[in-house]
Design a binder for this molecule. Structure first.
Ligand SMILES: Cc1cc2nc3c(=O)[nH]c(=O)nc-3n(C[C@H](O)[C@H](O)[C@H](O)COP(=O)(O)OP(=O)(O)OC[C@H]3O[C@@H](n4cnc5c(N)ncnc54)[C@H](O)[C@@H]3O)c2cc1C
Length: 449
């Protein structure tokens, strides 16, 4: 990898850039064999590798990453280790029914706990804080929808740690008059995603996983054994796991083209705020918050006293195109929105801007399944809510690979019937139409603000 290529990778997010010096593992340069080969060096791929090695210490496990560890969404996200499954509980309940919504929520509780335990057990230095998160409404219409969501959680008995937050409580906590109502969940976490994914790399290496960076899979052959071809070496393995998230439609020679499409979300981060600026906005407990828009905004403090926030605008690409990491209008929108909530921060400068692809499927529900035979497992469709989910999915996939049965492998997203996307043109048009419609709903619900 050239120095310039490395610089391009590191510039893909504030977190990657802020991480400082990073030495990737060398690329694969010879033919090797493995029990399990995993494509994708994000939370999903590395969690799978680590958990599989825990169950099968003598197995040879290989992870290949086309760029560097954390290059994908795992090194770029907001770092909310949260319980939201799919897009919204209402959508999950409508499509899958109440029982499956309950099971999905229980899975997400386990996922958040799993991340917290992993961080503590392995002493991850990923700035993990178990601070909880709010969901807030700016308008009466948004508040009404939020109270329906809260009622659904109550009806399903899932409101355990949740509480309804009136305007005065929110104004006290956040020193803004923009929040009309909210919901609070204390049992969620915040982390630095780039540090987290590289701590996962550290523990993978400790248990003997072989990791090759700058090593894209350029061909996959599924015959008696699986052969994964990379530019300078081939991996022959018994089993293969494809953990390529928003890039999955471009993975060669396997039928994943119509499983998901990448949808980009964009983020900005401020300079570190001064103690006076923090004082001016309250936010004393430094929890995360999201709003209740259709095209949601998400906000959180960083360990070094900045605010990072994102959302509000998304982008979709056509066909194989993955060149959508830059979106000046989305960044401007983020900055304006932050300063709309906090006019106190009018003079604060934005220090970094970035974006990244999430994996979205047609029914907005995560999926884990087999391709062809039980030798190839894929995972995708985490929408924008994959931080905790992908960590636990890794444990689930490791159990599937080991032919173990457990409450995890019984989770209904495994081998579920998914509705496939139509071809490129229809998928792109539908995604554009949907994001256009969601933008209109937000405009309608925020009239007069
Ligand atoms: C800006 C942003 C903010 C987000 N915020 C949150 C949040 O706050 N909370 C939350 O829960 N979720 C959030 N998400 C979603 C979350 O980040 C993802 O769901 C999660 O990181 C997905 O992890 P992954 O390992 O499955 O995929 P990725 O991290 O995307 O990893 C896939 C990897 O596969 C590699 N790859 C692709 N093709 C090949 C190939 N042919 N050969 C080898 N390697 C290949 C890629 O380079 C990439 O590194 C956000 C996403 C984005 C983009």
């Amino acid at each position: 990898m050239t120095a310039n290529q490395h610089k391009i990778y590191q510039e893909k997010s504030f977190w990657l850039q802020d991480y400082g010096h990073y030495k990737p593992n060398p690329a694969l340069d010879t033919d090797i064999s493995a029990d399990v080969c995993i494509i994708g060096g994000g939370f999903s791929g590395l969690s799978t590798a680590f958990e599989f090695k825990k169950i099968n210490p003598n197995a040879r496990v290989v992870v290949i990453e086309s760029a560097i560890i954390g290059y994908g969404a795992s090194g770029r996200n907001g770092g909310f280790s949260m319980k939201l499954f799919g897009l919204e509980p209402e959508i999950t309940a409508l499509r899958w029914g109440e029982q499956k919504t309950i099971e999905a929520h229980q899975y997400m509780i386990k996922a958040v706990n799993h991340v917290q335990n992993l961080v503590h057990e392995h002493e991850f230095e990923s700035d993990y804080q178990h601070t909880g998160m709010f969901r807030v409404a700016y308008s009466d219409r948004q508040a009404k929808r939020l109270s329906k969501t809260y009622e659904l959680f109550q009806k399903l008995g899932l409101d355990g740690d949740m509480s309804w937050q009136p305007k005065q409580a929110l104004a006290q906590a956040f020193k803004t008059d923009k929040f009309l109502a909210g919901m609070y969940e204390p049992q969620t976490g915040l982390l630095n995603p780039c540090k987290q994914v590289r701590e996962l790399k550290r523990i993978c290496l400790q248990v003997g996983v072989d990791i090759y960076e700058t090593t894209p899979a350029i061909d996959i052959e599924d015959s008696r054994t699986i052969k994964v071809t990379t530019p300078n070496g081939r991996i022959t393995s018994d089993k293969l796991v494809i953990c390529t998230n928003g890039y999955s439609h471009n993975v060669p020679s396997v039928r994943l083209k119509n499983h998901q499409l990448p949808v980009w979300t964009y983020q900005v981060v401020t300079q570190p705020l001064t103690p006076e600026q923090w004082d001016a906005i309250g936010w004393y407990k430094r929890q995360a918050f999201e709003d209740n828009r259709q095209l949601v905004h998400y906000f959180r403090p960083t360990a070094d006293g900045r605010i990072t926030m994102g959302g509000g605008r998304v982008a979709v690409a056509y066909g194989k195109d993955m060149d959508k990491d830059s979106h000046p209008k989305a960044w401007q929108h983020c900055e304006e929105h932050l300063k709309w909530i906090y006019p106190q921060l009018q003079d604060v400068k934005i220090a970094y801007r970035w974006g990244g692809p999430t994996s979205v499927n047609l029914d907005m529900t995560p999926e884990i399944g087999y391709l062809n035979t039980n030798k190839i497992i894929y995972t995708c469709g985490c929408i924008g809510h994959g931080v905790s989910l992908t960590h636990l999915n890794g444990k689930l996939i490791a159990q599937l690979l080991s032919e173990q049965n457990s409450d995890l492998t019984d989770f209904w997203i495994v081998n579920r019937k998914a509705i496939r996307l139509p071809g490129d043109i229809l998928s792109w048009c539908s995604a554009k139409a949907l994001t256009g419609a969601l933008t209109l709903v937000d405009k309608f619900e925020e009239r007069g603000l």
